[in-house]
Write a protein that binds this ligand. Sequence first.
Ligand code: ADP
Length: 543
Amino acid sequence: MQSTMQEAPLLVREILRHGKQVHGRSEVATYDGSSFRRGSFSEVALNAERLASGLASLGIGNGDRVGTFCFNHQEHLEAYLAIPSMGAVLHTLNVRLFPEQLRYVIDHAGDRVIICDATLAPALSRVLDECPSVEQVVVVGEGDTSCLGATMSYEELLERGEPRYDWPVLDERQAAGMCYTSGTTGNPKGVAYSHRSTYLHSLASTSTATIGISSSDRALVVVPQFHANAWGLPYAAWLAGADLIMPRQFLQAEPLVRIIEAERPTVAAAVPTIWNEVLRYAQAHGSDLSSFRTIVCGGAAVPESLMRAFDELYGVPVIQAWGMTETSPLGAVAVPPRGATGEEAWTYRRKTGRVVFGVEARVVDIQGNVAARDGSTIGEFEVRGPWVTGSYFADTSTDRFHDGWLRTGDVGTLDALGYLDITDRTKDVIKTGGEWISSVELENALMAHPDVFEAAVVAVPDARWDERPLACVVLNEGADISPSELEGFLEGRVARFWVPDRWSFIDEVPKTSVGKFDKKVLRARYAEGNLDVVSTDRPQDRS
Ligand code: ADP
């Protein structure tokens, strides 16, 4: 029997239309360092219409790539809505890329126009001459942009545009946006998000099985809009009518806490390093973080100590989520199952997350066989689903795909209730004497020590055991603790042979362009002899 259901394509223009027609009074508040600039969803939608029309007057048409080189703010949201809805492709550029990578991604994507924050002009100017596809740079905000040569201001572009843009009907499978992975090895790889995937992924973020974004929320978008679409928050908030609070470049703990106290967001998303810094600042200054109903934390393993501190000090649940640029990114959220309370709930909250509807996950063991969902067999996660990429943009390599599944490069277990538990990335696992040590679990165990602010553990070569863990530790201000005391602390918390025998006390863990621990920098520093390392010569029995 044929269905009689309507077959309207799932398009970003529908997200735009709904937010405009139903949630016109919701607002976007953009922080400028001292006060907030506010725009209603009605105003944002009108600007999006003018922006699309302005871009069309520059010759932008179906399938053309428009780059954004911006922090999080209202204009960036307007670009999120207008560019895909007009049939062009929104390419969010990571503002922290090295010049060579930035040049590569602009050129590879073939961006024709770039919308750039005035404050970021110097960074873009370093590569612009070598990007022949770029015909026009449009500047948002005030500042000296002479280094970019001839530009047009964002206001000027909107003035050229007309309101009431006639949004076209598109094929839902065409690209709406694209984002490059940060390319820890080799060149960054482009992931193209379709209209259909963006639509479905945005709905998923409003589900109570995930983070349940609703019209009662005020969402603080700390995760950059160039990092996997700010994890989908701008689109989800827009369609649900949640207010958006945009911090621009003010991402340090002090301004973030100021924004939180002033605007009282109910939900926010960022990587663990940011929440760790916010926590330290808030504790030192007696700040009020109680406005949150939940905080979403992911992109890297979330230390249990961080989650417990937010719970105990502010009554705020920090919910761990897992995803990748390749998965739009929402893949798993660590919401405990029905009935789990108290310590039992913690056994689920410290896992990486429960697979969300729309994503299917499996674990493939080292021999390439699909492993049991028993919560104990370790292997690499593979995922598939309507918002998981099936290939990279203009790239024919196939090594990241397996029978239609994306190989995540993450290692761990999957249980019968769909909870993933990632123990490491394949490239960060420490292989010692024929066994594996999870760098993530060791870091978590170390960060549970009250004197430890941050800890990153990397593998270093060892003549006898192949590899041994090197713990790079940042202590809290004023703390003074020896490697042997930390070793004593780890005894009983991890297997004895896991306990590191090489220690380095450092001022700060180096971070990647999206704020994660940059272990390749630590490995390189060690290899070059640029780390002060204390070896403690512990006996290495295999217990
Ligand atoms: P990058 O590869 O530059 O870090 P992504 O943001 O796409 O860019 O990173 C995806 C990866 O981040 C995942 O493959 C996984 O290794 C890691 N990750 C994301 N969320 C978590 C989490 N909750 N726990 C552990 N690792 C995570």
